[in-house]
Design a protein around this ligand. Structure first.
Ligand code: IMP
Ligand code: MG
Length: 336
């Protein structure tokens, strides 16, 4: 078995939640561990006719046999986590690292009123940036100081490394995406931490030699919420005309949209050391592939698009999303 890191290729909202829930059901890792910044992420999962918008609980929750963890690098908002534990009924299999940073109301207040963060950067207002400031100042509370979290506390690094030592599979769930990285993204219009595959490992306390695969998730067109560059950006009218309109899972904002960009795809593959691409929402570009599971549906212009991505990035597209549900997938990994 293996340690697979799943990360975002552009500016977030590539559909990581959907791919992760599919992989959790199909590959059955023992653990799915959430990495990334914190509650600024919103992962949308459609499963068994229900839709979940999760900001803390890992998308792998759809498989009841999987242990769910949140790594030390992630910021936890206890109120949001406890609510999601109720919604997903996952109390008995959730572990929170004892060193996760804690988002408090004051962080949310600053993030949603501060001119620089809210207006210039276009933050999600979830408190993650100000909480990471306090963490760097070494005055942020950590999970082991919060009584409500006591029954969930664990050492995520130990749990994951032990599981890998036993030969079992672990999946790391990144949030945000590479172009939102504080170090490698479109600074200053970025999030408050690195978001690369390497950072995902660091969030969880797993070393780089343990990684078997890095799957970078790319959507068939690009979206961005908040401010900052977006090459090839379409007008809101053109976005709607093409049927590319999306609204932020956390903020409800209409996402800005642009066509797929091969230069950015190459950059994303390199910065993450990606070994495979998960391509989502192909049905939005090509309605003929909607809800398909069959490899034979990849032909003509669809095949050309995928081949172009592969030749430009020099890695394989191994999974294709063909609809919103976790079951709407063409899995090419056997063919790879
Ligand atoms: P913050 O992370 O809330 O401080 O927001 C900084 C920038 O990152 C803003 O442009 C946000 O819209 C963007 N951002 C943060 N998290 C996500 C995410 O999960 N998906 C998409 N954009 C995000
Ligand atoms: Mg999102």
């Amino acid at each position: 078995m293996s340690f697979t890191v799943v990360c975002g290729g552009f500016w977030g909202d590539e559909g990581k939640g959907k791919i992760l829930s599919f992989l959790a059901l199909k590959d059955e890792p023992s653990i799915v561990a959430r990495a990334g910044v914190g509650t600024n992420a919103g992962h949308t999962i459609q499963f068994q006719k229900q839709e979940y918008k999760l900001r803390m609980v890992p998308s792998g929750f759809v498989n009841p046999r999987i242990r769910l963890l949140i790594g030390a690098g992630v910021l936890v908002d206890p109120k949001i986590l406890l609510k999601e534990l109720d919604v997903t009924k996952t109390h008995d299999r959730m572990g929170v690292d004892f060193q996760c940073g804690i988002i408090e109301q004051e962080h949310i207040n600053i993030d949603s009123s501060n001119e620089h963060l809210k207006v210039k950067i276009g933050s999600t207002g979830s408190g993650t940036g100000p909480a990471n400031v306090d963490r760097v100042l070494r005055k942020l509370k950590i999970a082991k100081e919060i009584p409500e979290l006591e029954s969930y506390l664990t050492d995520v690094s130990v749990e994951i490394n032990d599981e890998l030592d036993k030969g079992n599979g672990v999946m790391a769930e990144g949030s945000q995406a590479i172009l939102l990285s504080l170090f490698h993204g479109s600074y200053p219009y970025v999030t408050s931490k690195d978001t690369s595959a390497a950072a995902i490992c660091s969030d969880l306390g797993v070393g780089p030699t343990r990684v078997t695969d890095v799957m970078v998730i790319m959507k068939s067109f690009i979206t961005r919420v908040g401010t900052g560059e977006l090459p090839g950006e379409l007008s809101p009218e053109e976005t709607m005309r093409r049927g590319w309109e999306e609204y932020g899972a956390v903020t409800g904002r209409l996402r800005r949209a642009a066509p797929f960009n091969y230069d950015l795809a190459r950059k994303a593959v390199r910065l993450n050391g990606a070994s495979q691409i998960g391509l989502t929402k192909l049905d939005i570009l090509y309605p003929q592939i909607a809800k398909a599971n069959d490899v034979d549906m990849i032909k003509g212009e669809i095949e050309e698009f995928i081949e172009k991505i592969e030749s430009e990035t020099r890695i394989k597209v191994s999974i294709i999303g063909t609809g919103p549900s976790a079951e709407d997938i063409i899995d090419l990994r056997e063919q790879v």
